[in-house]
Design a protein around this ligand. Structure first.
Ligand code: ADP
Length: 400
């Protein structure tokens, strides 16, 4: 696996269980996966020689991020099996290519337009004002290189857009979707063409960072859930994805809009370690090694995952309190240096009582993060459907 972050660290854990010899190309020995993985090579994923030397000793190469340059992937593909391959990965590296391809497949996405100057942004907002509000705010997104909301700017005004444009990066303008909530579907596809889909989850982001995942998404319409899973499997097949594909979506007025793709284990799938028959990390290994896929079935009515973000000091001394307070909470820490807002771990709880589970997961995560209890945020969701007034006849007389 190229990249030594927490995704590689958790994949290494799954590889141990399967008895697979697992190697990591990590930037430094302090990287999350490098700390725990015996087969670690230190190298730079942007260096052709490092990537090729690493690939030469692997039967299959896969990724913990999407930042290996396409030119290196092309050479790597001549050397070994690269899964997912360069052709598929391109759509996670370039948001414009992704939007164009999904549009050609008839998959609904937010309206967008590549922009290079303010005149084009203003033109875009004018065209998208019709019917859906004022056209403001407008979302500007870096075409390449963004993650965790870095590279996404919600601009309330022309001045704000001009400021973003002044950085000189390639940008897409996108309509600001007034979504009811965010959903994600995780699917796996093997080179043999087998596919599986996990239950659709609800994700909650704050400042562009995923904070909470609920599996399955509560009160999701059955048809919409099926459509989301079908969309995920279809995109995986059409794009020739091998391994995992996470599809991030907006639910808006009973419709689904696809926002983003990732072809690797994904934050929206961390819940599967404790809440599904096959974890996403094992599933990714099975898929890239062309093994039969495991069951994606959930093992509990609900699983709630809350990320532990770097906050106030070291989380390790606080672990004892979390463990003592809630023996049923599953804590995962990534061994990462604490920086404010950085993902350093997650907590998962499973069970039936969703409000109670959310409270426990938020309590444990916020305690690890800053030694205080954050209030459980309100869960966004579609407005309850209007219930038509029904006249109930309590009885009737025959013969009238
Ligand atoms: P990244 O690739 O950095 O994760 P995303 O495209 O996934 O960027 O955007 C991060 C978050 O920003 C989304 O989860 C969503 O909350 C918000 N966002 C992105 N695009 C839009 C949009 N067009 N309308 C409204 N919110 C958006």
């Amino acid at each position: 696996m190229i990249g030594g972050g927490q995704l590689a660290r958790m994949t290494a854990q799954a590889a141990v269980g399967l008895g697979i010899e697992f190697r990591v190309l990590a930037g430094t020995a302090a990287d999350s996966a490098a700390q725990v993985c015996a087969g670690t090579t230190i190298g730079d994923h942007r260096s052709a020689s490092d990537v090729l030397a690493f690939g030469a000793v692997c039967d299959v190469v896969t990724f913990d991020h999407e930042h290996v340059p396409g030119v290196h992937l092309a050479v790597l593909e001549r050397l070994t099996s690269v899964r997912p391959g360069r052709e598929a990965l391109r759509f996670t590296q370039d948001k414009r290519a992704m939007r164009e391809r999904l549009g050609a497949l008839g998959v609904r996405c937010p309206a967008y337009q590549p922009v290079t100057g303010l005149a084009e942004v203003l033109d875009f907002t004018r065209r998208h004002a019709a019917g859906r509000g004022t056209g403001w705010p407008v979302v500007l997104k870096a075409t390449t290189g963004g993650y965790d909301g870095k590279g996404v700017w919600v601009c309330p005004s022309a001045d704000a857009a001009a400021e973003v444009l002044s950085h000189g990066v390639a940008l897409l303008a996108e309509e600001h979707v007034a979504f009811d909530r965010e959903l994600a579907v995780l699917v796996a596809r093997s080179p043999a063409g087998q596919g599986v889909a996990y239950p659709v989850v609800q994700t909650v982001q704050r400042d562009g960072i995923c904070r909470e995942v609920i599996a399955p998404a509560p009160n999701l319409d059955d048809d919409l859930a099926t459509r989301a899973q079908e969309t995920g499997l279809r995109i995986a097949a059409e794009l020739g994805v091998t391994g995992l594909l996470a599809v991030e979506m907006f639910e808006a007025g009973g419709e689904l809009l696809v926002n983003e793709l990732a072809m690797r284990p994904h934050n929206s799938g961390h819940w599967t370690i404790d809440g599904a028959v096959t974890s996403q990390f094992e599933q990714h290994l099975r898929a890239v090694l062309d093994l039969p896929l495991g069951s994606p079935a959930p093992t509990a009515p609900f699983t709630v995952m809350v990320n532990v973000l770097g906050g106030d000091g070291d989380p390790y001394p606080r672990l004892v309190h979390v463990m003592a307070a809630d023996p049923g909470a599953r804590v995962h820490l990534y061994g990462k240096q604490v920086r404010p807002g950085r993902k350093i771990g997650h907590v998962t709880v499973t069970g039936r009582d969703l409000p109670g589970l959310r409270e426990r997961a938020w309590r444990a995560a916020s305690w690890l993060s800053r030694g205080t209890e954050e209030p459980v945020p309100e869960l966004p969701g579609p407005a309850a459907p209007a219930v038509a007034a029904v006249r109930v006849r309590t009885g009737f007389r025959r013969g009238r």
